[in-house]
Structures are given as structure tokens and as C-alpha cells.
Design a protein around this ligand. Structure first.
Ligand code: PLP
Length: 503
């Protein structure tokens, strides 16, 4: 309702009441005004009413919702299902134009505003989370791997001779594939074992750069967030090497926004050396559905170049989801989630340590990894080779998701490269282990249930191993074996094979 309509309403309802109603509306509008003025995430979260009011205002600005609209083009924001239209708040045009995902769409002022605001609100959160000097960022409706590919493809035009990407090894297929898909040859740099931790081998990286020649290298592709016992790469030193040899530096910060340590590494790297872009997942950091990522950087025009590489228009859904989420949490709500995550990391570490000791195992000492933890499962590995995988599938059937039982000696070929010791980030790690992560949104109850179920699984496996020892040749099968064979077929489908299974 605008001023005119309020005045007319006074003919129907007492003017005093209408005035009160119009003031109430004004308070919602003031919040919207503040957002438009500052472009920042509000300190305090909005209530759902304000958010929906705002989204309706935006969608009314798009041509598909004009009352007199007559569309004769091939893309007119027609949606057959009312359910689908409502799922998107009737924002149907998506974002960007054919040549730039950040460009304004003439047919859709509301969607364009949504896009700009989502990007600037996310930028304010990246600053708040620790990368204070970030210059620019944008939300892309692609997950992390494809977003990294887009960064590499943008660099291709700047470095026509380049064929190689220097990549400190991280055992996640999408990281490797992001480079292959972009048409480059990853140069895998093995990690160094320091205590229990796997860390960046800077000497080998510098030697490789000299061997291959800087102009033949597209970029260094480093990683912050990763499974322990790997820890975030030495970003400061890498950034210095990149500056020294004038090589671009792209950082995979997949779930690093939630960790002040990862964000600090990026900030420091950019301060002392060179970081061109850092990429983070929307779902892993902001608790929204899978499908989006943020590409951010310190040079405004380079980030614009990346956004111009995106061909065609794009889905607005990831931008809409993250904007709704951040408006409803507010900066304070997000900060609170970050704090709870940190507390939960300490709790998970102490509970896992206690449990490990009961079973003669230990929590691996990986203080540089702020999110992921690893507990050795040496006894399972030594006493019976396949027990480690069994532990994984037992946890899976007990509805523990995200725990990752990592046996030694897996071999996995991704495209044309064969990774030895796949999943462990190194050829020969010292022991098999189990990963668990304290990621944003995890509750104490999740930790408690996990520890309880893990305890049960370990107890069962321990018993199993003992009875097997006692009755070497007994062919009696237990409930456990039945359960395992059922779940294993699911779990092992498409998974790496044990290379020395028969050895
Ligand atoms: C999740 C993750 C990826 C892949 O992300 P997608 O969003 O699935 O493309 C890559 N690297 C790391 C370190 C990750 O955690």
C-alpha cells in the first residue's frame, strides 16, 4: 500500500488505525531501505514477513508479472506450474544477460536487483568472516568444482602459452576434474608428512615452477578446507611464490568461509603475496541447497572478467536462497553460527580423543586443520585388512553420514592420473583412520549420537575380530556379515578398489 491507498482506506477504517497500520508498514520498509542503501547484511535478522514483502516487491518489478504484459519472445518468463512459480517467488527471469552473469536484465529489474544485492550481502559476510580486503565477488549457480573451472578458463586468455596447473595434492575428485575439464594438465605435488599432518611441499613447488617455466604454468591451485590429516595449504608462502614468478593463484576455499583460520590464511596470502581468486561453496558455508558457489577476489576487474566468461543467463535460485538465508539470520546470527561451530570442534575433538583411547587408538594431532578431525583405526587395519571399510559401511547403515573411514593402499585413477593411497592425500600414510568434521550447523546432539554409534561399531568389530581369532576355521557367519554384505554393495559401488587385496 502506498500513501494514496492509505488515505482512501481512511474512508473505511478509522484514520487512527490506518495511521498505525501505515507506520507498521514503514518499519518494514525502513529495513528494506537500509539494505538498499548499504548493500550489507543487516546486523539483526529480518522476520519472514519483511523478507516476503521484499521478495514480492522485487517480483512485481519483473516483466513477467506486469499486469499488461504481452510477451512475443522465446523467453518470456512463462511458467506452467503455479507451484513452481511460487517456489521461486515468481522471480522467473534468472540473472545476467547472454554475455555477463552480473549484467542487469532489462526485462527483469527485480531479478537484477536481487542479483546485485545477493552479491553485495555475500561480500559483506566474506569481510565479516575474515577476508577484510576482498574487493569483489559474485554468486554463480554452479558448485565449487565447476566454478574453479570457470576461473581457469578465464586465466587461459591471459596466459595463452600455459598448459600446466601446479596443484598440491588433495584427494577429492572434483578438484582434479576442475582442471581437466578446463583443458589443463595438473602437476600433482605430493604433500610432506610433518608429525601427523600432511602439509604443502613448497620446495618441490618452486623447483617445478623453475623446471616447467613460469609462462607455461596457468596458475597455482591451492586448497584451504580439507579432510585431516591434510591441513590447509601454506597460503602465505604460496602467495609469495606466485608473486615472485608472476603466476596467478586460485584458492579452493570450499568450506573455508565458516573457519576464521581459513579466511585468515586467504587474507594474509593476499596481503603479502598474490591471490587472484578464491572459490567457496554456498551449501557448505551457508546451509542452503547444493547448486551455488561464490567466486571472490582482490582485484575488482579480474572478478568481473570471470563473470563475463559465463555464457548465457543463469539460475537465480542460489542467489535467492543465500539472500533469504542471510537476511533472516542477519550478520549476528551468522556470527553466532560460526562461534557454535568452533565450540563444537573442540567438543568433537575431546569426545573423539576419549573414545580413541578406550580402543587403543588416538586422535591424530592435526592442529592446523580447523574443521576436520581424524582418529586412527590402526587395530582394525592391522588385524583384518577390510575392517576399515566395514567400519565405514556399518556407520553408514547406522545412519551416520559424513564420517569417512579411510583404509590404506587404495588406488584410484581419475581421468589419466593414478593416485596411490587415494583418500589419504599421500602415497603411504602411516595408519588407517576415520574422519569426522565439525561443520557449520552441527549440534551437540549430532556429536553425542555419532560417538555413541561409533562406540557400538568399534565394540562389535573388536568382538568380531576376537571370535575370528578364536575360531580360525569356523565358517559361522554372524548377523554382522549379513548386514555388511547388504550395505557394502551400495557403498562400494563406484568406489576405489583395494589394490593389494589379494597380496
Ligand atoms: C566439496 C568440495 C569440492 C567440490 O565441491 P562441489 O561443490 O561438489 O563442486 C572441492 N574441493 C573441496 C575441498 C571440497 O570440500
Amino acid at each position: 500500500m502506498n500513501g494514496d491507498n492509505f488515505t482512501v482506506s481512511e474512508q473505511l477504517v478509522s484514520p487512527a488505525y490506518v495511521r498505525q497500520g501505515s507506520q507498521a508498514r514503514r518499519s518494514h520498509e525502513l529495513l528494506i531501505r537500509q539494505l538498499l542503501d548499504t548493500g550489507k547484511c543487516p546486523e539483526t535478522g529480518w522476520d519472514e514477513n519483511t523478507i516476503e514483502l521484499f521478495l514480492h516487491e522485487l517480483s512485481i518489478m519483473d516483466s513477467n508479472n506486469f499486469l499488461g504484459n504481452c510477451g512475443v519472445g522465446e523467453r518470456e518468463g512463462r511458467v506452467a506450474s503455479g507451484l513452481v512459480a511460487r517456489r521461486h517467488y515468481r522471480l522467473i527471469h534468472g540473472i545476467g544477460r547472454s554475455g555477463d552473469i552480473s549484467a542487469v536484465q532489462p526485462k527483469a529489474a527485480g531479478s537484477s536487483l536481487l542479483n546485485k544485492l545477493a552479491n553485495s550481502v555475500v561480500l559483506s559476510i566474506i569481510k565479516l568472516a575474515g577476508v577484510r580486503t576482498v574487493a569483489n565477488c559474485f554468486v554463480v549457480p554452479m558448485a565449487t568444482g565447476m566454478s574453479l573451472t570457470l576461473c581457469f578458463l578465464t586465466l587461459r586468455h591471459k596466459r595463452p602459452k600455459a598448459r600446466y596447473i601446479i596443484w598440491p595434492r588433495i584427494d577429492q575428485k572434483s578438484c582434479y576434474k576442475s582442471m581437466i575439464t578446463a583443458g589443463f594438465e595438473p602437476v600433482v605435488i605430493e604433500n610432506l608428512l610433518e608429525g601427523d599432518e600432511l602439509r604443502t611441499d613448497l620446495k618441490t613447488i618452486e623447483a617445478k615452477i623453475q623446471e616447467l617455466g613460469a609462462e607455461n604454468i596457468l596458475c597455482v591451485h591451492s586448497t584451504t578446507s580439507c579432510f585431516a590429516p591434510r591441513v590447509p595449504d601454506r597460503l602465505e608462502e604460496l602467495a609469495l611464490i606466485c608473486a615472485k614468478y608472476d603466476i596467478p593463484h586460485i584458492v579452493n576455499n570450499a568450506y573455508g568461509v565458516q573457519s576464521s583460520k581459513c579466511m585468515h590464511l586467504i587474507q594474509q596470502g593476499a596481503r603479502v603475496g598474490r591471490i587472484d581468486a578464491f572459490v567457496q561453496s554456498l551449501d557448505k558455508n551457508f546451509m542452503v541447497p547444493v547448486g551455488g558457489a561464490i567466486i571472490a577476489g582482490f582485484n575488482e576487474s579480474f572478478i568481473q572478467e570471470i563473470s563475463k566468461m559465463y555464457p548465457g543467463r543463469a539460475s537465480a535460485s542460489p542467489s535467492l536462497d543465500v539472500l533469504i538465508t542471510l537476511l533472516s539470520q542477519g550478520a549476528n546470527g551468522y556470527k553466532q553460527l560460526l562461534k557454535e561451530r568452533k565450540d563444537m570442534y573442540i567438543y568433537l575433538a575431546s569426545e573423539l580423543k576419549k573414545l580413541a583411547e578406550i580402543y587403543g587408538e588416538r586422535l591424530l594431532d592435526t592442529p592446523h586443520n580447523p574443521i576436520s578431525l581424524a582418529m586412527s583405526v590402526k587395530n582394525l587395519d592391522e588385524q583384518r585388512g577390510t575392517s576399515v571399510t566395514q567400519l565405514g559401511s556399518m556407520l553408514f547403515t547406522r545412519q551416520v553420514s559424513g564420517a569417512r573411514a579411510v583404509p590404506l593402499g587404495l588406488v584410484q585413477t581419475v581421468n589419466d592420473y593414478t593416485f596411490k593411497g587415494f583418500m589419504t592425500h599421500t602415497n603411504n600414510y602411516t595408519c588407517a583412520y576415520l574422519n569426522a568434521a565439525s561443520a557449520i550447523g552441527m549440534k551437540k546432539q549430532d556429536v553425542d549420537l555419532f560417538i555413541k554409534r561409533l562406540d557400538k561399531c568399534l565394540k562389535t568389530l573388536q568382538k568380531e575380530i576376537q571370535t575370528e581369532y578364536a575360531t580360525e576355521n569356523s565358517s559361522q557367519s554372524s548377523d554382522l556379515v549379513g548386514e555388511l554384505s547388504r550395505s557394502l554393495s551400495d557403498v562400494l559401488h563406484n568406489e576405489p578398489t583395494k589394490d593389494n587385496l589379494s597380496a
